[in-house]
Design a protein. Structure first.
Length: 324
């Protein structure tokens, strides 16, 4: 990578200097290119980035240790806060919304919407989510022409409205338990990537951990769908053959000293040759363990590997749909 101290030496002495840069991949890891210098960096949290994203970088110079910090992504125009629904495709995870900037976006959504609804937009990682309709209060009732007071029974309470939503839980860590070494990511091929199977040196177990974020859903909500995003296949083992990943739940909210305890599973997911990252639906039977603070694991033959969080920050992302 580029020489950070050499770049700092070319800047005015002392303080923090702000520059634009572009995200690049170097040996499978993200770095930032500033003035042709490819630099390691730290990142504002949360910040979801992929190769090619334009970013704003703060570079600290002068005395002491120099460093580069990616503080945010850059866009050509501000993101719109509201828009109008223009299409609601059947059986789709997104709807089309024309923003107040005149651009039509594919937006994720909570609740139900129809064409013409005026809606609010929230933004994360360059993707809009429709979070509600912009509405008005009802007009006041017209006065009665007859002044005679008529006593009537109180109106029945309105039926309880069902509330739906979805909660995202990105993985906090990923990696592989190497049984013959009795530790996590025991060899360079690990690097927080995920392996299953046995390459002749004992079984391997890949695991994603999520902390306790999903425990808030264990308040009587009914889980209706669990989407899980796995990383792309890595070029190891029989990479050009169709294989199956064997998916389980495990009981650990963070990486333990030893291996994890497997629970539900296996749920087998077909992996095509050179399979890319994608969302798949997991069984609803996985919900109790995930809401209790557990995580996801892959285990068992055949030998294969998936990108982990160091290569793909959304590897292992869970999207849990619910209603109450």
């Amino acid at each position: 990578m580029g020489n950070l101290s050499k770049l700092v030496a070319a800047l005015p002495s002392g303080g923090v200097h702000r520059h634009t840069g572009t995200m690049v991949l170097v040996d499978g890891l993200l770095a930032v290119n500033v003035w042709g210098n490819v630099l390691p960096a730290r990142y504002a949290d949360p910040l979801y980035l992929v190769e090619g994203d334009p970013v704003l970088v703060d570079i600290t110079g002068g005395r002491g240790q120099s460093e580069a910090v990616v503080v945010c992504k850059l866009t050509s125009q501000p993101r719109p806060a509201t828009g109008t629904v223009t299409a609601v495709p059947a059986a789709s995870e997104t709807i089309k919304v024309k923003g107040e900037d005149g651009v039509t976006y594919d937006a994720e959504f909570t609740g139900s919407y129809a064409v013409g609804n005026y809606v609010y937009l929230n933004w994360a990682a360059g993707t809009p989510t429709v979070v509600g309709k912009k509405s008005e209060t009802a007009p006041p009732p017209k006065p009665r022409a007859d002044p005679v007071q008529v006593q009537t029974a109180p109106p029945a309470p309105p039926p309880r409205r069902r509330v739906t939503g979805k909660t995202q839980a990105p993985a906090t860590w990923s990696g592989t338990w190497v049984s013959n070494a009795s530790r996590w990511d025991a060899w360079a091929g690990g690097n927080q990537n995920l392996f299953q199977g046995n390459y002749g040196y004992g079984p391997l177990l890949g695991a994603w951990f999520y902390g306790t974020r999903l425990k808030a859903l264990a308040d009587g909500r009914r889980i209706t769908r669990i989407q899980w995003r796995h990383g792309a296949r890595r070029s190891v083992g029989n990479y050009n053959a169709s294989l199956s990943a064997h998916v389980y739940t495990h009981r650990s909210s963070s990486r333990p000293g030893g291996s994890v305890s497997l629970d539900d599973g296996p749920f087998n997911i077909g992996m095509a040759p050179r399979q890319g990252a994608r969302y798949v639906d997991l069984p609803l039977s996985f919900a109790p363990r995930l809401l209790a603070g557990g995580g996801i694991a892959i285990y068992g033959d055949p030998y294969l590997s998936l990108n982990g969080r160091k290569v793909d920050v959304q590897s292992g992302l869970l999207v849990v749909h619910w209603e109450k």
